[in-house]
Design a protein around this ligand. Structure first.
Ligand SMILES: [Zn+2]
Length: 83
């Protein structure tokens, strides 16, 4: 039940999860996985920290394309650690 999603799928959905862009069922599945999986919880914390830092940069906005690139890089690093 907790393992209905693989860690890689969870990692791929973490950004959307933090941006609350997931449908409620998917969000609930990720919630369950985060409760059961310490590795994904750590990844979630890192992603949240990064998003907070990006949002907190004063005075100028980060171009969405750059933000997306940063998040993609994080995502790749996160998922490769579990393969
Ligand atoms: Zn996991």
């Amino acid at each position: 039940m907790y393992r209905s999603l693989g860690c890689e799928q969870v990692a791929a959905g973490t950004t959307e999860y933090l941006e609350r862009a997931l449908p409620p069922e998917a969000e609930a599945e990720l919630d369950a996985h985060f409760r059961a999986c310490a590795g994904c919880r750590r990844h979630l914390r890192e992603m949240r920290w990064t998003l907070d830092r990006l949002a907190a940069i004063p005075g100028e906005r980060i171009p969405p394309a750059m933000k997306r690139r940063l998040l993609d890089a994080l995502r790749r690093r996160g998922s490769s650690a579990w393969v």
